[in-house]
Design a protein around this ligand. Sequence first.
Ligand code: DGY
Length: 322
Amino acid sequence: MSKPKVFVTRKLSSQFVKEYEEILDIRMWDKEEEPVPEEILRSQAKEVDALFTVLGDRIDETLLAEAKNLKVVANMAVGYDNIDIDAASKHGITVANTPDVLSETTADLGFSLLAATARRITEASTYVKEDNWKQWGPFLLAGTDIHHKTLGIVGMGRIGEALAKRATGFNMKIQYHNRSRKPEAEEKLQASYVSFEELLETSDFVVTVVPFTKETEELFNESAFKKMKASAIFINISRGKVVDETALIDALNHGEIKAAGLDVFYEEPIRADHPLVNMDNVVCLPHIGSASTETRTEMIHLCMKNIVEVTAGRVATTPVNN
Ligand code: DGY
């Protein structure tokens, strides 16, 4: 019997795939940091049993309908807004993601971004690198305290909870808003549930960890930024499309909020001439929430495991549908 065929949309070093080659016929796009051209993705999808995708790959209804042998799409991310889940379900295709393995790592990055933005760390580092440090000054690069401030987490899932856990070490007051209350998290993390409006109005740091869905699209819009404190710092580690970027730029320009730390953007990648990149009170990162070597390795193995399970006729380890 021939081995199930897999197409991986980014180049992975052979150390990650060799243990699966005995049971899977693995082919891959040959570039690590360049997305696979759409026509190659579509033609591969028609031939293979499994796709190993990353978040920039758009897996739409047309691709899924034409992929007659496709059984599973294993997406190397916890988010799966790049995939049409309803269409996959309609065509009997399993979609799997990589939850849990990245929660702590993404929370590490989220909290680091919060700290970097509040304490102006990247700006201060550039200041030294550009040889501007001539004297000590009482308010030279003075930032905002983190300890004892109020952290507002929008989206209290696994990453939100891991972020709250870190905040407890900084003696922060934690409040959250979520589709449903999390009594266990409230107790464990001393977090209080508040309405979205109250969270916006009373938090010193507003961190978004919500997935991108129709409901969360541009949740952070002009009216949301107007409700925030003028001293508030906004952090986004979820998806760029949960923010109206023009409204964010206006809010920063008009002093409606103090600063922003962003790991994700409306359209990615952004270029160096993007207006947010050139603002001193904004820290921009290239979507590296889960980017530690340990976690990315685990994510790859979880994707491969999902592929092995589904192509062998079993249920995926971390399915999103079916
Ligand atoms: C995710 O897992 O959804 C992250 O954004 C990818 O790093």
